[in-house]
Every structure is written in structure tokens, then in C-alpha cells.
Design a protein around this ligand. Sequence first.
Ligand SMILES: [Zn+2]
Length: 298
Amino acid sequence: MVQVRRVQPDGGMNDSTMIGGVHLALIGGSGTFSLNFPDDLEYPGVRVLERDLVLETPFGSSPPLKLFSLPTDPPRRVLTVKMHGRLPGVSWGDASRRLFWVFKAAGVKKIVAEGGVGSVNPLLDPLDLVIPTDYLDFSLRKDVSLGEDFLCIMRQPICPQVHRALAAVAKSWEFGRVFTRGTYVVTEGRHFESPAEVSMFRQWGGDIVGQTLCPEVYLAREIGACYAGVYLVVNYGEGVVKPWEYDVLRNIFFDQAAPLGRMLLQALQEVPLDPCCCSGFRKPTLLHEGNIGKGRSK
Ligand SMILES: [Zn+2]
């Protein structure tokens, strides 16, 4: 357990609050945005333990978090945040840094993310679900990290264990098709992409496009947590198949939130909590002052 100061709604500080023993996090995105998650789902045995949990971090106040427990034995505790923890007037990279600082303090080891994405691969249609295995980062948020202690190796960026659990649960639900391989192209946003950009992403091997997988995947690796996400295709990328329709996107936004939310609650119960191979991709940095002068001369 770590002592962290809680920020009051008026900006004042509360007494220290203890945070720890939280093994799982769910980063909510546009897929569940229209829900008061998880309350609205009335999922048997899910209990909300804390609401509006805003904590002081070295990078500023965290986004408001919710802590809930799952009907597992013992009950799993999950921290969740809306819309990837974005905060008004704060850059998306900085908001992510505050969020992951809290995850680290709480002891989070497994992270599941969700969101809506555009298609880049012409085989995809709206309502398809993609659980990607890799990414191409075209965002400008390159230097987002909590510190300089680690060399983060991105050889296998998505956790195979969390990915497997998400895929198994997704296939048992009545969504459209489920794709368990794919490359997520990350753009800076907030706007969508141009036809020429989508065409380039396709030629470079992208399958879907969105704005959130990076830097989350970097920060997860930095705090030693496993990370995987599930993404609902809500529109065709520009120039792919046919012009997408706002009504279709809006209907998916409202109609699919509850089934997606329930599927995520089931997946969070089934993600293995054991250590996995992801931890081997984080190494201590060699770039610290103590190593100066230690170079071996021949
Ligand atoms: Zn892992």
C-alpha cells in the first residue's frame, strides 16, 4: 500500500489515502463512454468501492478514477477511468502519465483498454472487433514516460496472456466478427485521417486507426504491467470501402456500449493474474551516471 494525497473537488488536498492491492485496470474509451460504467450494467456481484478518486501525482492531479470489485474469489479490485483519462486543458500525453503513475502506485499489473477505431484494412466493417497485436505510432507523443529508469523493449508490445483472455471472451459474445491479429495505427487526433494518410497506413501494414494505444503501451511496459486492448470498428477509414455514415457511428456509440461493457467485465474476471513474459521486456537503463568510467578498455 502506498500513501497518496487525495485531491478535493475544490483543488484542496485531503489527508493521505492508502492505495494498493489493485491488480487490474480498465482504461475506458469511446466504446463505453455513453455508460455510467460499471454501475449502469447492474452486473451481478460487481461493487463500486470508490468514485471520483483524484490523486496527487508528480505530474499533476490524476483524472477521476473509479475503483470496483469483481465477483471473483477473492474479489478482484479494478481501477477504471473514462476516455483514457483525458483532462481538459492537459495534453493527452501528460494525462496518460498521471494515470499510469496512479496505476503504478496502486500495484496494477494487468491493463485492458477499449476504444472505437476506424478501419484501414478493407476487409473490416463497422461492428467488427479487433484485438491488435502490434502498432505503428504516428502520434507526436514520443517522450511520454514516468522516468528514465528503464529500457523498454517493444518486441512483443501486446501481452499474449491478456490478449488470449480477451480473444476467448470476445468470441463467445454476439458481436460482429472478431479479429485477433492486427496492427493499430496511432495518430495524434483529435481529427480523423485524410484519404492519403489512410492509404499510406494501409501500404505500411496498418489495419485499424485510432488515437490511444500509444503512449499507453509504452507506459504499461515502463511500470511493469501487461497491456492489451479490444477495439470496435465504428467507421471506415477515409477512402476505404465507402464513405462512412455518422448515423452508423452514433448508433454503435450508444447501442454497443452495454454489451461491450459486460464483455469487458467478464474478460477482467478471466485475465490470468500470474506474472508473464512481458516483464522480460523491461530492463534497467544503462544510461546513468554510475556507469560513466566503467567502460571496458581493451
Ligand atoms: Zn503479459
